[in-house]
Design a binder for this molecule. Structure first.
Ligand SMILES: [Zn+2]
Ligand SMILES: [Zn+2]
Length: 319
């Protein structure tokens, strides 16, 4: 393996070293350090909360391998060794997204799940239809709601939580490529029989998009669509109502807050289709359920939701 000296590599890539103080602050904010304001929810935190930084907006520098290594990983890994984006120490094999110790920290969820919302259920069961205490009465009242199925890869904790925070608030947008690829590898296990026509990242309101500068769900959906060879749909739906941060709201209030928040502009792009919505964190399910309801009204045949992480009972709800 040929390794170029780091200084030479930075020069060749035109990178400028980030001031160490600034980098430490960003890392500390994303580790839940003093800079992190626990006031905003995982899905709808304001961009001026910690990690997004105040003053001039600057993206953190990507690892050198990111610029070239993602196109021809095997060929270029000798020249641009890939390092784990989380610990920044271990090198990665060509198809690895995170190193083994970091991946081992992910608390992957396993069945049985609630068929609708994906809540992990206690015990063992191989029944085709299982419903949790919240979804059972909802499905009895409206059988249409049973057409939705949501799954999450892992618990919102530890290194996976840190990776999501680095993406959303640390502005380390290249983390989306690693997380999206991880999502793509987990998706067939969570939806073994589904054949999706379109991947649909949960849209942000234009105001939130301006504040944050990017939609983290799109950064997850694009690599997912590329790996699974499913087109990513960005034009069909938009968020028409700016919703305030939802952390402090109870689940019912979150649903009221989100009612009619999504508008399907192009029903022709979703009608009769099987859609996979992509979001970063499942908290109460209000966002995905509201979006799914809009898609069903527009004529979608089946709607599934996939999130990287899920807050489990007793876990923290902060961003
Ligand atoms: Zn690592
Ligand atoms: Zn459920």
């Amino acid at each position: 393996m040929i390794r170029l000296p780091t200084k030479l590599l930075r020069k060749a890539l035109g990178e400028r070293a980030k001031p160490p103080e600034r980098r430490r602050n960003a890392e500390s904010a994303c580790r839940g350090g003093p800079g992190l304001q626990p006031s905003a929810g995982p899905q709808d935190a304001p961009a001026d909360s910690a990690g997004s930084g105040r003053g001039p907006r600057r993206r953190a520098q990507p690892p050198a391998h990111f610029l070239f290594g993602s196109f021809f990983p095997e060929l270029l890994s000798g020249f641009f060794p890939r390092i784990c984006p989380l610990c920044r120490r271990s090198s990665l094999e060509p198809r690895e997204d995170f190193c083994a110790p970091c991946t081992a920290d992910f608390r992957l969820l396993s069945p049985p799940y609630c068929s609708r919302c994906g809540e992990p259920l206690a015990g063992e069961s191989s029944a085709a239809l299982l419903l949790c205490g919240r979804c059972l009465p909802a499905c009895q009242q409206d059988p249409q709601t049973g057409r939705l199925s949501i799954r999450s890869c892992a618990a919102y904790a530890g290194e996976l939580r840190r990776a999501i925070l680095l993406l959303k608030y640390g502005r380390q947008t290249w983390m989306g490529a690693h997380l999206g690829s991880f999502l793509a590898k987990t998706c067939p296990r969570l939806f073994p029989a589904a054949v999706f026509d379109r991947v649909l990242p949960v849209p942000l309101h234009p105001r939130r998009l301006r504040e944050r500068g990017f939609n983290q769900c799109t950064f997850l959906a694009k690599p997912l669509g590329r790996v699974l060879r499913i087109p990513v749909e960005l034009r069909a739906v938009s968020r028409s109502r700016y919703t305030p941060p939802q952390t402090a709201l109870a689940p019912a209030e979150r649903r009221r807050n989100l009612a009619e928040a999504f508008v399907v502009h192009r029903p022709d792009l979703v009608r009769g289709k099987t859609l996979l919505m992509v979001d970063d964190v499942y908290t109460t399910g209000a966002t995905l359920e509201t979006l799914a309801a809009a898609l069903f009204r527009a004529g979608a045949h089946r709607v599934c939701g996939l999130t990287l992480a899920r807050t489990l009972p007793g876990s923290r709800l902060d961003p």
